[in-house]
Design a protein around this ligand. Structure first.
Ligand code: G3H
Ligand code: 13P
Ligand code: ZN
Length: 332
């Protein structure tokens, strides 16, 4: 049993309170390997931003949970070495069972998500409540994120063909019965790099897909029901067209890519949305740089010379998000 405090981590409680009051969102960046972790910490130290390091069950399978835990410990020490102790959360992304959440809580995670959004409402309440009881009764309080409403989109371990929006009429009952610390809602975002079907979008003069706007009316209604309660947005990558073009220029094919425009995320971050999840944009940036180098330098075979520039690009991307999209820069 490891408590997150032994690793130098914090839970989300105070971070979310400050973020809701301050009108910004904490970045929740997924990581699976050392280069992603390093770039996240470099960017967040440089911009003085708190950060949530997220681990999906796919990441645990890929990288090993003990390695990830010790990377989180390393992240705390790395930030210190870089000269600024930012608050760092280690969070389970899309936990799908009580056992997985329990395992993470016992391994040093400071926050877990129990994603019961695919269950019936009553089953979601029962499962989320059970995880909260365990997490909140730890010597060091572990925070829990629940979810109401379903996001569409496909990742390795997170998939659903159809979305349905969160029903604002359910949120008071859900939060009251489960005692969750934050709530992920569905207002039109979705996972992955193709967030909408082309027929749901319009096109600009260059043929670039323009997505339909997020359902801010649902967000406002949720906020009326649970004023000041921390809200989470999943599926919030913007899918920068420059990375899509770079990937395609160097041999990739990413047909019909479209994300959530940055100004809509900025607007959301000014509300009670206090955690914004971003994974796909990091994947795009990394893949774009790796493809570029492999094509432009065919004699290069040192992985450091391939992954190093990808890491630098990731850092640039995360710094930009903290400063210009989430508003978390300068809040650590
Ligand atoms: O929301 C899902 C995250 O992007 C994680 O994706 O399950 O492929 O690691 P993954
Ligand atoms: P994106 O696929 O939009 O990056 O969403 C990531 C996410 O929600 C992780 O939980
Ligand atoms: Zn998600």
């Amino acid at each position: 049993m490891t408590s997150y405090k032994e690793l130098g981590l914090v839970n989300t409680k105070e971070l979310f309170e400050k973020a809701v009051k301050g009108g910004y969102a904490i970045p929740a960046y997924n990581f699976n390997n050392m280069e992603q972790m390093q770039s996240i910490i470099q960017a967040c130290v440089e911009t003085k931003s708190p950060v949530i390091l997220q681990v999906s069950s796919g990441a645990r399978k890929y990288a090993n949970q003990n390695i990830l835990k010790n990377m989180a410990r390393g992240a705390v020490e790395y930030a210190h070495e870089l000269g600024y102790d930012i608050p760092i959360v280690l969070h389970l992304d899309h936990g799908d069972s009580f056992e997985l959440c329990k395992d993470c809580i016992e391994t040093g995670f400071s926050s877990v998500m129990i994603d019961g959004s695919h269950l019936s409402y009553d089953e979601n309440v029962a499962l989320t409540k059970k995880v909260c009881e365990l997490a909140h009764s730890q010597k060091d309080y572990v925070t829990v994120e629940g979810e109401l409403g379903v996001l569409a989109g496909v990742e390795d371990d997170v998939s659903s063909e159809h979305s349905h929006y969160t029903q604002p009429s359910e949120v008071v009952d859900f939060v009251g019965k489960t005692k969750v610390d934050s709530l992920a809602i569905s207002i039109g975002t979705s996972h992955g790099r193709a967030k909408f079907k082309p027929e749901q979008c319009t096109r600009d003069a260059n043929g670039i897909l323009i997505p339909p706007p997020l359902r801010f009316d649902i967000l406002e209604e949720v906020e009326k029901q649970i004023p000041g309660f921390p809200i989470v947005l999943h599926g919030s990558s913007s899918v920068p067209i420059e990375y899509v073009h770079m990937i395609e220029k160097y041999g990739g094919k990413l047909t019909d890519s479209v994300g959530i425009p940055e100004e809509q995320l900025r607007k959301a971050a000014k509300s009670a949305v206090c955690k914004i999840n971003i994974d796909s944009d990091g994947r795009l940036a990394m893949t774009a740089l790796i493809r570029k180098i492999l094509v432009e330098k065919p004699d290069e075979f040192d992985p450091r010379k391939i992954l190093g520039p990808a890491r630098d690009e990731l850092k640039k991307l995360y710094s930009h998000k903290n400063q210009n999209v989430l508003g978390s820069a300068g809040r650590a």
